[in-house]
Design a protein around this ligand. Structure first.
Ligand code: AMP
Ligand code: ZN
Length: 116
């Protein structure tokens, strides 16, 4: 049994509010949403972060990216959305299983990096 919480969510062992699943990827709503719509898309394969990703992960990483628009539209984000991937200590990553955040809502979000 994996001690990685997102591996356990992807396997169905821990319940989640599922958005999408196929043989390679899993998408589910964030438990602490930071926007009216906030979900995450993950590879089922455990990759700790972008720091651990390499060319052997090319196919699944491409599939994740290629699915985002369709998944966002399926959640009502028909006029755009934001993607965030936090990586490592400086990126303030909390869960070390690579995940892409998808955020959006009816109104435009705040600026990504507000100017001082
Ligand atoms: P990050 O800081 O990019 O590693 O983000 C981790 C995200 O996982 C946070 O936004 C958390 O709210 C979310 N999260 C942690 N545990 C769960 C869970 N059991 N179900 C859904 N989302 C979770
Ligand atoms: Zn994992």
């Amino acid at each position: 049994m994996s001690d990685c919480i997102f591996c356990r969510i992807a396997s169905g062992e821990i319940p989640s509010k599922k958005v999408y699943e196929d043989e390679d990827i899993f998408a589910f709503h964030d438990i602490n949403p930071q926007a009216p719509v906030h979900f995450m898309v993950i590879p089922k394969q455990h990759i700790a972060s972008l720091n651990e990703a390499d060319m052997s992960h090319q196919a699944v990483l491409g599939k994740l990216m290629a699915k985002l628009g369709e998944l966002a539209r399926s959640q009502g984000l028909t006029d755009g959305f934001r993607t965030i991937i936090n990586t490592g200590r400086v990126g303030r990553q909390e869960v070390y299983h690579l995940h892409i955040h998808i955020l959006g809502g009816p109104e435009p979000l705040g600026r990504m990096m507000p100017r001082e």
